[in-house]
Design a protein around this ligand. Structure first.
Ligand code: 5GP
Length: 194
């Protein structure tokens, strides 16, 4: 997605060889119009599937899942990172190790909002090590829902996330794939779709 890649080049802050900050337009302050356009692109990659629900994980996936849900006119669900006191009903859960925060946490989704009969598109802001998305894939499989695939806004192609998901036979799409980065420099994979 050219507009997204241009914006990353203009405003992205590359903190190290592995961490990109996009807080000025995607992850902290949010450019709503750009996010709605991203939502259309995230779902366009799966246009041949009849998706009934979009799934993401709190917090930074929420605006993209909402935009994808708006584009498809279907609900979105976000997995919670710890079981809230109000969440008394039954949940699906998976444990996720965060490499950035060096901690393991549970992600949960209420059994009321996902189940057989759903066809799910998982979306997220970044595909990095893939740990968070692998947890969501496990939850979709546990629920008996069908998984259409995973659609990400930014993929760091030099990390192992795509490989892990593909080993699980998951179809993965990204709107901007970074092939290499270092403070002050960023290269994207050039593909016709992106
Ligand atoms: P994972 O390593 O499980 O693929 O990524 C987990 C989460 O960490 C992503 O959904 C994203 O929120 C965050 N993350 C991973 N890499 C980056 C990065 O380079 N920049 C930012 N801002 N967040 C990241």
């Amino acid at each position: 997605m050219k507009r997204l890649k241009d914006r990353i080049r203009e405003e992205g802050l590359i903190l190290s060889d592995t961490v990109l900050k996009v807080d000025s337009f995607l992850n902290h302050q949010v450019d709503t119009e750009l996010v709605l356009e991203i939502g259309k692109e995230l779902v366009a990659r799966f246009a041949d599937k009849t998706i009934t629900k979009v799934l993401t994980i709190e917090a930074s996936g929420i605006q993209f899942a909402m935009a994808a849900g708006i584009a498809l006119k279907v609900p979105f669900v976000y997995a919670k990172k710890k079981k809230a006191v109000t969440q008394s009903e039954q949940v699906y859960s998976a444990s996720v190790h965060s490499f950035t925060k060096q901690e393991t946490y549970q992600v949960t989704v209420s059994k009321n909002y996902l189940g057989p009969g759903d066809k799910v598109l998982i979306v997220d802001d970044f595909l990095a090590t893939g740990a968070a998305l692998v947890g969501l894939v496990q939850i979709v499989r546990d629920s008996g829902a069908e998984l259409a695939g995973v659609s990400c806004v930014i993929e760091k192609g030099f990390q192992e996330g795509r490989g892990l998901l593909e080993q699980m036979n998951v179809s993965v799409e990204s709107l901007a794939t970074i092939s290499r980065m270092a403070p002050g420099e960023i290269d994207f994979e050039e593909s016709a779709k992106e």
